[in-house]
Design a protein around this ligand. Sequence first.
Ligand code: ARG
Length: 576
Amino acid sequence: MEYALDRFAREAHEAIAGTGQVPDELIELVVPKPNIPADLAFPAFRAAKELGVAAPQLAQRIASSVRRAAGTLVGDVTAIGPFVNVGVDTVLLADTVLGEIERLGERYGSDEQGNGQTTVIDYSSPNVAKRMHAGHIRTTIIGQSLVNILRFLGYPVIGDNHLGDWGKQFGVILAAVQRYGEPQGEGEELLAGFEEIYTRYNSAMKDDPALDEEARAWSLRLEQGDPQARAIWQRAVDLTLRVNQRMYDRLGVAIDHTYGESFYEPMLAGVIEEALAKGVAYRDEGGAVVVDELEPNLPTFLLQRSDGGTLYMTRDVATIKFRIATFRPARIIYVLGIPQELHLRQLFALCRALGYVEGVDLVHVKFGTIFDQDGQPLSTRRGNMVYLESLLNEAHARARAVVEQASPELPDDEKDAIAEAVGVGAVIYNDLYQDPRRDIRLDWNRMLALEGNSAPYIQYMHARCRSIIRKAADEGYTADGGEASFLTHPSETAMIRQLAKLPVAVREAGERYAPFVVAEWCYDMARALSGFYRDCSVLKAETPALRAARLRLVAATARALRNGLALLGIRAPERM
Ligand code: ARG
């Protein structure tokens, strides 16, 4: 899709080529540093060298012979040293950008580059009968945002929740349920109950080989489809899914599939056989299936234990094979913490060696750790572990207090709805506003600040737009007939420029698997908006024509901010 800034870049290129001073293939435009008063620049060094002239001289020649064709976005063209600086025609830009936003609405910023290249995203992927902890919080939030962004860019995206619902530890859960009874309750409490009997059984098992044997027997019974084992397992899976669904709903997370590790059980023997047949793995004296020396510096690993049991790895190999056969993806993305980097390197290497992934990109989007308010790593042992549901509840409660202060006059249920949007938004934004590889800190004061780089600040600036539009409507004013040509104040043109950048930010976020690029856009947009509020009055604008133009600008800004926040998974309340 050609948005205003794409068109501007094309027209600037054409204008420079049109001077006849420099051949087309030597023209390369760059976005200048913020302190340069230009929207695009052509550094003439390389061209000048090729042409055997001095760069400042070439820049000068180009600038003086450029002709501004009517109707293009190219504004002033000037030479400064070896650079040709190109400014945008701000009036035409305003008209074009506002038109795009009004025409595309909630699709503003979207694109068509996906072009049928299916992307599978493996994210969230919590474990059954356990609470979602810090790592799951991050993969869930980052993963959903990538789904939103890549879909917006036109990629067919398939999300898959690779639920940890299989393996040896499940035998322990089954045996523990037999011995101690099934935990009751709801939500995280219920899952905590499962964790508790799991831990209890595990430590009892250490001193009692009979218990160990029992757990092993249960896991075998489960793998062989024993109805009783299956029934308990199914209940635990259903409970976990039900608990997690409540959090997904609150976070705006919707994952297309939840096959889970158990789904691959029938395919595992085939995968192991294939690896052996292709000579990628071998069976050692003990009977284990081993993969080694696939690539330099890649540690040896197992595909099957000597007791015949399969592993997390085995199921991941089968998963890749299944996904490729079923979805025909161009790439598979794993949103997974840094600690599983080696696991994925081994997995990817093995799948390449097996010839499964011809023409398929395998991507690991890694993320850092969550630290508590005091910068301490979260751990169960320290007692500062954070689980998703309690985190969202705490965020809600804290946001409720903020709303209570800011808008005491609102009805209670609206306060609650706002507190949910703001609290959950703050948690999401805290995860997304910087590079995912960086660690994050749960600093509530910063997360919930109405000033600064936080979701509430951006939501608040959006709500102010909506409030102005409501007040205007009450007084009988609309944006009708608002001419973009009135929007000439520097604070207004700064806003227009920022609005124009949303499509660019979305593309970059998709290319770099970096939702923070969209988050940064939102923050910069909110700041441009606050500059505008400081300098320009909408309702008390000097003329009705100017007021209408500003109302148009405010409505477009609210729309674009809403789109940006939606890509992050953050709601934009009408008032705050
Ligand atoms: N259940 C795993 C965990 O909690 C994450 C699974 C990630 N996905 C995958 N295909 N391995 O650590």
